[in-house]
Design a protein around this ligand. Structure first.
Ligand SMILES: [Zn+2]
Length: 201
């Protein structure tokens, strides 16, 4: 993927995430793969509603910064997921309110309440709490690298996808499922036979 195109797409998606209330202030970070060895990532400490394409930071998978700007402090888990999954083009981390409420309570997302939850998200693990930006958090996220989506205890959520749009759709769906769960409480999940059928789709 062309670097300028990737910078523009990432800036558009930041604005979308912010406008959809999927994160507030400078919370969250996003990356988009250019090749096997390089990706662009959001800069540290900037409000997600107003980052321009020029502010995105070019890095390689070894953690070296190749452009102006300072990358997100969470670059470690972006590199871990992009490296573990050659099919992953994009990683999105943010702090959607309902996801974060569950993560603060240490309560799992019940993604088998609706078909979309199963198809788009699958099983959503809870990554234990570690200091943001720490190697321990990166290692804990890496342990769940095969998951499409995960919650971070007392922190927020991560999704990944084969395109920026797929990672975004998963984040939007994850927050929808968390809100749904807040409304329907302990409603029964879909029957096991239907879950199996949906998992094959
Ligand atoms: Zn965060």
């Amino acid at each position: 993927m062309n670097e300028q195109f990737a910078r523009r797409k990432l800036a558009e998606t930041c604005k979308r995430i912010y406008d959809r209330n999927l994160t507030v202030s400078a919370g969250g970070n996003m990356s988009l793969r250019l090749s096997d060895s390089e990706f662009v990532i959001t800069p540290t400490g900037r409000n997600k509603g107003s980052i321009g394409p020029d502010e995105m930071v070019l890095m390689n998978m070894k953690g070296k910064v190749l452009s102006d700007g300072r990358p997100s402090v969470e670059k470690g888990f972006h590199i871990a997921l992009l490296t573990a999954n050659p099919d992953t083009a994009s990683v999105i981390h943010c702090h959607p309110l309902y996801c974060t409420a569950l993560a603060v309570r240490g309560e799992n997302i019940r993604s088998a309440l609706t078909p979309e939850g199963i198809i788009l998200l699958g099983n959503v693990p809870m990554v234990g709490y570690f200091t943001p930006g720490s190697k321990k958090l990166t290692d804990a996220v890496a342990e769940h690298s095969s998951s499409n989506a995960m919650l971070l205890e007392r922190h927020g959520a991560i999704t990944q996808g084969r395109s920026l749009e797929e990672a975004f759709n998963r984040m939007e769906e994850l927050e929808f499922q968390a809100r749904l769960q807040a409304m329907v409480g302990d409603a029964r999940e879909l029957p096991a036979s239907e879950i199996k059928k949906l998992q094959r789709m």
